[in-house]
Design a protein around this ligand. Structure first.
Ligand SMILES: NC(=O)c1ccc[n+]([C@@H]2O[C@H](COP(=O)([O-])OP(=O)(O)OC[C@H]3O[C@@H](n4cnc5c(N)ncnc54)[C@H](OP(=O)(O)O)[C@@H]3O)[C@@H](O)[C@H]2O)c1
Length: 266
């Protein structure tokens, strides 16, 4: 299949109100002239981004305010988005985490994390991959996972579990659908300098090479989707860590991560 070409095509981005989603939406508009459907809960931020991108880049944007941890909002996003535009690309980026001991995570918050990070991703991948297959225009989808989906991460246990699920699910589905004129990409960053880390107890990692800038991470993500990669890891340091991890017992990797996180929490 040819690389994806986003110019004048419609791309839906979830979690577009901050961080990586906001930056990918901005780069898709400014550098690729893609039209956008922006999805998240904070409507005011999405409307401000729409106005900014439409003015600066001359593209068109729609905003859908939705809580993707709620099943009926997930269905509504699909219905509204497919009525509003002829969609070519979908980036499933919205997610939440919990930094700290697992027992500190209240059960309702765990259920919300599971609903957002896993159930909404599986549902939207299922709906949109069928839609893109029927459109037969060579479209593509990208799921934003994490290095936490590839390695054991103590103090982010629930999150690591959700990201392992979406990584394996998306990679498997991509291989099932290889003849359907659409691509599915898993993009796995390590730490990124966004609200997810700045609002957390992991401030310790800020201004260190352990946190990648959101601009370079977004640019790598878009390139991976465009090239229709099955799995891409962002940042040279993360790719080196992943390479080395292949030769180490997973238990040892978990112990090294546990030490780094324990220091960060002190
Ligand atoms: N930051 C990191 O270190 C890091 C590392 C690896 C992977 N990632 C992954 O990168 C992606 C983006 O994270 P980020 O760092 O950019 O985090 P972020 O700045 O906290 O952004 C998360 C986005 O998800 C949206 N969101 C959260 N809950 C939602 C809900 N219930 N319904 C709809 N939207 C919701 C938020 O918007 P609203 O609050 O407006 O709803 C926001 O736009 C995530 O998949 C994350 O797992 C991040």
């Amino acid at each position: 299949m040819k690389d994806m070409q986003f110019t004048h095509k419609w791309v839906l981005v979830t979690g577009a109100s901050s961080g990586l989603g906001l930056e990918m939406a901005t780069q898709l508009a400014e550098q690729h002239q893609a039209n956008l459907i922006l999805v998240a809960r904070r409507e005011a931020q999405l409307l401000a981004l729409k106005q900014d991108l439409e003015q600066k880049s001359g593209i068109h944007c729609h905003v859908i305010a939705a809580d993707l941890s709620l099943a009926h909002d997930v269905e509504r996003v699909y219905q509204q988005a497919t009525q509003l535009a002829d969609i070519y690309g979908v980036i499933l980026n919205a997610a939440v985490t919990h930094f700290g001991e697992h027992h500190e995570l209240a059960w309702p918050d765990f259920e919300k994390m599971l609903a957002l990070n896993v159930t909404s991703v599986v549902r939207l991948l299922s709906l949109f991959s069928q839609y893109l297959k029927e459109k037969n225009q060579g479209g593509g989808m990208m799921v934003i996972s994490s290095m936490a989906g590839l390695l054991p991460i103590p103090y982010q246990a629930a999150y690591a579990g959700t990201k392992a699920f979406v990584t394996n699910f998306t990679q498997s589905l991509a291989l099932e659908q290889h003849q359907q004129n659409l691509s599915l990409t898993v993009f796995s960053p390590g730490g990124i300098d966004t609200e997810m880390t700045s609002n957390s107890r992991l401030k310790y990692f800020q201004n260190t090479p352990l946190l990648q800038s959101v601009e370079s991470c977004a640019s790598e993500g878009i390139a991976a989707m465009q090239a229709r990669k099955n799995l891409a890891v962002s940042g040279l340091l993360n790719r080196q860590q992943l390479f080395v991890s292949r030769f180490l017992p997973r238990q040892l990797i978990g112990l090294i991560t546990r030490k780094a996180y324990a220091q960060a929490f002190n």
